[in-house]
Design a protein around this ligand. Structure first.
Ligand code: NAD
Length: 262
């Protein structure tokens, strides 16, 4: 897909990767860019800079998502590209206990990192099917394909997000719906800067700027590839993982030990 003259929605558009996507899509000549975020002021600032529209919304609220999609469809005639990008990350509170996050943290991450993709697809796909096609881009993470050391909640919910995107592609591919997942490693955003994230191993392969990720997205959308990997080495790691799971786990354990200074 080329986003020129397209109606594009980006959740988590107030900051980081989402804001870079909004700006890039506007530069590519999108007809409308709708910047969606729970941070309404941030969404308005990004929208103002690109002549877009801002919507204040919590992506974990399925009813609000459905109402927003209906409103955009009524005003613009349809959504061509829905980027479900908002996500949250929490590290394990006890570094030597993968089950240490409280249930409330697991639930919140499930609601944002997984259910928001479900809400978006449920709301956007009927209109796309009726119009003969559309594109869903879900921001996941390399942590959904490999794993994030010290981030069991993040890794697990991002793996689930990959699973849902596969189901979307398999179920709706023959209905003209294109699906891609965006799976970067480290990207220089507020999320990466929080906590001890700066020392994470996913940053060893280089931290990209949000603009560099947006460039990968524009290329990936043009190629209509399922897997968009701004850090291409992630594909090598995936191949190593599926080639010999136990060996890969051993490597991850060694990396973890190194990170912990042990
Ligand atoms: N930064 C990285 O290193 C990195 C790497 C891989 C994947 N990702 C993924 O990229 C996506 C964007 O992350 P980012 O790094 O730009 O983070 P960010 O924190 O800079 O931006 C995330 C945006 O999402 C919004 N948001 C969060 N929860 C929301 C909710 N419930 N409803 C509406 N908006 C909400 C925030 O207000 C913020 O504007 C996430 O899905 C993240 O998991 C980030």
């Amino acid at each position: 897909m080329n986003v020129k003259d397209k109606v594009v929605v980006v959740t988590g558009g107030a900051d980081g990767i989402g804001a870079a996507l909004c700006r890039r899509f506007a530069r590519e000549g999108a007809k409308a860019v709708i910047v969606v975020d729970r941070n309404g002021e941030g969404a308005k600032a990004v929208a103002a800079g690109i002549g877009g529209e801002a919507v204040t919304l919590d992506v974990s609220d399925g009813e609000a998502m459905a109402a927003m999609v209906a409103d955009i469809e009524a005003r613009h005639g349809g959504i061509d590209l829905f980027c479900s990008n908002a996500g949250i990350g929490d590290g394990d509170p006890e570094k030597d206990n993968a089950a240490s996050s409280p249930d409330a943290v697991w639930q919140r991450a499930w609601n944002v990192n997984v259910m928001a993709h479900v809400h978006a697809a449920r709301a956007a796909i009927p209109g796309m099917r009726a119009r003969g096609g559309g594109y869903i881009l879900n921001t996941v993470s390399a942590a959904g394909l490999l794993s994030q050391i010290g981030g069991a909640v993040y890794s697990t919910t991002k793996h689930a997000a990959v699973g849902f995107a596969e189901s979307l592609a398999i179920t709706h591919g023959d209905q003209g719906i294109k699906v891609s997942i965006l799976c970067p490693q480290g990207v220089d955003t507020a999320m990466l800067r929080q906590g001890d994230a700066a020392s994470q191993p996913q940053n060893l392969d280089g931290v990209l700027t949000p603009d560099e990720v947006a460039e990968s997205v524009v290329q990936g959308l043009a190629e209509e590839k399922f897997l968009i990997l701004p850090h291409p080495v992630v594909l090598t790691y995936m191949q190593r993982k599926t080639g010999d799971y136990d060996r890969w786990l051993g490597g991850m354990r060694r990396l973890r030990a190194k990170m912990m200074g042990g």
